[in-house]
Ligand binder design. Structure first.
Ligand SMILES: [Zn+2]
Length: 385
């Protein structure tokens, strides 16, 4: 009898695991993986200023090649539960569609990875040809400090090494088979501050309005694109996200003005090179304006898993099972793949992400069946090499 990804997805959705709570989801996974022969480890990580988070690492097999299946059990909050068609943690289905928080991001994908691994192992008499591991965190949707980044370091300290990784995040925009993610853009946040001199608006000669300087520098920073993109990446994008003066008084020239920005950048930049370019552009436009940029720390560099045999294998199985030729993409936000890439090549493929984080998050049940077939095909072919 083959493993049932829909039943596994239901059990996971019924665990209320809004970050940082695991809601019993990792207990459930351990209960599924252990009887199949996986050595299951649970690791709780801590850091000042962040909540403790539970994680799970499970491995079967001792030799190479070592394929890691990665994911997260935490979910974003449901918002106003009253407006959901079904309660968000009830895992109800109707008309062949499974509803619930995490249905696509990413308890559904994780359930398919588990079902595919169990089926693959069962077909081989319970033993893998190499090694299969699950790397499952409860800290992806929030600050991501006590999750995958620490679990990878923990595994490396135990002597674990990985050859390839599949991360089951939802990657398809519209239909299963649309898109594989082979990289991600980096993300960097900063605040531009312009210092002036506060004063009476009727006597501007005795004040120095920082809003003039802020507009001048903002215009300069928005004027030129950062690059023209690459073969694998869209152009990097600089975007202001907030302007703040905080002045509620009508007859006052404020003393300081600030604008917050975010940069999504491709692999033509590092954080250091970007900071240098932005500061050079601001300096060139300043002409006497007093300014500075406060950069926020970022753990999101750009990366690319170069197309090659591993990417080809996945794309080929996706095409065979879904009938679609997947785009190899680097679009979208960040994911835990940004941490995994430091340990082994990582490719992301999962469900259709259109309703992720929304009210009435849902997936067709048939997508769960088909995604399990895709993962199973990938495992069979990967370990047949
Ligand atoms: Zn996710």
């Amino acid at each position: 009898m083959s493993a049932d990804p829909i039943a596994i997805a239901r059990e996971l959705i019924r665990c209320p695991s809004v970050t940082p709570a695991s809601g019993g989801a990792l207990d459930y996974l351990e209960g599924v993986l252990k009887p199949a022969g996986f050595a299951v480890h649970r690791a709780t990580f801590s850091q000042d200023g962040a909540a403790d988070v539970e994680n799970l690492y499970a491995r079967i097999g001792g030799g190479p090649p070592h394929l890691v299946l990665a994911g997260h059990v935490d979910v974003v909050p449901p918002g106003n539960e009253a407006v959901w068609r079904f309660p968000p943690f009830a895992a109800e289905s109707a008309d062949g569609v499974l509803y619930g928080r995490g249905a696509v991001d990413m308890k559904g994908g994780l359930a398919c990875l588990v079902a595919a691994a169990l089926d693959h192992l069962a077909a081989r008499g319970g033993k893998p040809k190499g090694s299969i591991s699950f790397l499952v965190t409860g800290d992806e949707e929030d600050v991501a400090v006590n999750g995958t980044v620490k679990l990878l370091a923990w595994a490396a300290a135990r002597g674990e090494s990985f050859d390839h990784c599949i991360l089951g995040e939802p990657t398809n925009p519209q239909a299963l088979g649309d898109m594989i993610k082979i990289g991600r853009r980096g993300s960097l946040n900063g605040t531009l501050l312009v210092m002036g001199r506060q004063g009476h608006v009727a006597y501007p000669q005795f004040a120095e309005n920082p809003i003039r300087g802020l507009v001048q520098l903002m215009s300069a920073l928005m004027a030129e694109p950062l690059d023209g993109g690459t073969e694998d990446f869209d152009p990097s994008n600089f975007e202001f996200t907030n302007v703040e003066v905080g002045n509620r008084t009508v007859n006052l020239i404020p003393g300081e003005a600030r604008a917050r920005f975010n940069i999504r950048f491709n692999d033509r930049h590092t954080q250091a090179s970007l900071r240098a370019v932005i500061e050079q552009r601001a300096a060139a436009a300043a002409r006497g304006v007093r300014w500075r940029i406060d950069w926020m720390p970022s753990n999101a560099d750009a990366f690319l898993t170069k197309p090659g045999p591993f990417v080809d294998l996945i794309a080929e199985v996706v095409r065979e099972v879904s009938g679609r030729r997947p785009a190899l993409s680097t679009t979208g936000g960040t994911s835990d793949a940004r941490f995994i890439k430091d340990y082994c090549p990582v490719v992301e493929f999962g469900l259709v992400g259109a309703t992720a984080h929304q009210v009435d998050e849902h997936t067709p049940v048939s997508d769960l069946t088909q995604l399990t077939a895709i993962y199973r095909g990938i495992l069979d072919r990967y370990f047949a090499q």
